[in-house]
Design a protein around this ligand. Structure first.
Ligand code: PLP
Length: 428
């Protein structure tokens, strides 16, 4: 039975009692390789005449269940699991852009993605043009005939202003440019494909796994972008691929479905660069993902209560959370987030840097870590950690003031979360 409900998808999509043993839990296929039935079978697999397992760098049955579950959750046609969220954002772009090309990205990005875009892609000859998402038309202004993608995060911290997904996807539709959305901070509560995104990616390390044991990433292909219609813009998908005996990806996948982007990513980038998901990590991620919709509910509920608590605290000058926004930012949060406003928030302490450090050093329940999306509540003082390498000007324009503290609210009892915040604020 197929379902469109997240609560059911995370438990059932892509797997039903393994036929030889009847195992109800998704098995961990901790294997590197798969025996071919005979030479014809091997030849057919390599020629993509038959789909099947060859080698775990390319595919693995445990990874496959995770891929099917995340694709189903987002309404995508296919997904490829990868070693990390960073590998996912790298591959999502490299799959369609090469030296001499550019992408237009939102300025509001996770710092690791910012470095990848501003430095590593630049070294590879891919230019990243940064657009302020406050005005979606900035994406159109920066695009040209070498633009291969628009890129953004649904709910980027530290500003936590929801990205105008539909507005920018519509501009992409006009120009023939797909929108890639990093939905790491908003699984379940936002379905970017429903709002026009062509590709969705996640660091599964965060909410999707939840338990904080396993680094991973995934790229979801909506199957909705018409790569053939824009053949000139996407030669990597529409011209013969010399690394795959001249296959044209949009042609080669026709018998399978509209999954040229996902298949090419797997057959070329995974094969060549090799940032494969560990089956063990995927096994762990599948366990965590079984409770994702339930966890998101509690994350969001607790975060809302924390935002209200902080807003009325005398030492707090500002709370950064969608519930405290107004105008266009609030409109976008209400339009794109359903069933909750996420678990991330920031707040500013009147006492600046000194107060921020004292607050962090006084926490007893919250963990002081460079992570988000764990079941446990997490905190960090970005000015002295994640954003300490930036110039003061860049740090302040990214939204990180001296007294800014970032929280990722967990699913502990709300009384204990508020008690820890209260005692740490007393000392700040
Ligand atoms: N995207 C976002 C929004 C993130 O927060 C992170 C990590 O913090 C990443 C991507 C990178 O993911 P990973 O750490 O799994 O490589």
């Amino acid at each position: 039975m197929s379902s469109t409900k997240p609560e059911t998808i995370v438990l059932h999509a892509g797997y039903r009692a393994e036929p030889t043993t009847g195992s109800v839990a998704v098995p961990l296929y901790q294997t590197t390789s798969y025996q071919f039935r005979d030479t014809q079978h091997a030849a057919d697999l390599f020629a993509l005449k038959e789909l099947g397992n060859i080698y775990t760098r390319l595919m693995n049955p445990t990874n496959d269940v995770l891929e099917q579950r995340v694709a189903a959750l987002d309404g995508g046609a296919a997904a490829v699991a990868l070693a990390s969220g960073q590998a996912a954002s790298t591959f999502a772009v490299l799959n369609i852009a090469q030296a001499g090309d550019n992408i237009v990205s939102s300025t509001d990005l996770y710092g690791g993605t910012w470095n990848l875009f501003a430095n590593t892609f630049k070294q590879m000859g891919i230019e990243v043009r940064f657009a302020d998402p406050a005005d979606p038309e900035n994406f159109r202004r920066l695009a040209d005939d070498k633009t291969r993608a628009f890129y953004a995060e649904t709910l980027p911290n530290p500003k936590l202003q929801v990205f105008p997904i539909r507005e920018v996807a519509d501009i992409g539709d006009d120009l023939g440019i797909p929108l890639i959305v990093d939905n790491t901070a908003a699984p379940v509560i936002c379905k970017p494909i429903d709002h026009g995104a062509s590709i969705v990616m996640y660091s599964t390390t965060k909410f999707i796994a939840g338990h904080g044991t396993s680094v991973g990433g995934i790229v979801v292909d909506s199957g909705k972008f018409d790569w053939e219609k824009h053949a000139k813009r996407f030669p990597l998908l529409n011209e013969p691929d010399p690394s795959y005996h001249g296959a044209v990806w949009t042609e080669a996948v026709k018998p399978i479905g509209p999954v040229a982007y996902a298949i090419k990513l797997r057959c070329t980038l995974l094969r060549d660069v090799g940032a494969a998901a560990s089956p063990f990590n995927s096994f762990q991620t599948i366990q965590g993902m079984e409770t994702l919709p339930l966890r998101m509910e509690r994350h969001c509920e607790n975060a809302l209560k924390v935002a209200d608590f902080l807003a009325s605290h005398p030492k707090v000058t500002k709370v950064i959370h969608p519930s405290k926004q107004d105008g266009e930012a609030r409109r976008r949060a209400d339009k794109y987030l359903k069933g909750g406003l996420g678990s991330l928030m920031g707040f500013e302490l009147a006492g600046g840097k000194d107060a921020g450090e004292k607050f962090i050093n006084s926490l007893e329940l919250f963990y002081h870590v460079a992570n988000i999306g764990d079941t446990r509540s997490l905190a960090i003082h970005p000015a002295t950690t994640t954003h300490s390498q930036l110039s003061e000007e860049d740090r302040l324009s990214s939204g990180v003031t001296d007294g800014y503290v970032r929280l990722s609210i967990g699913i502990e009892h709300i009384d204990d979360i508020l008690a820890d915040l209260t005692q740490a604020l007393d000392k700040a």
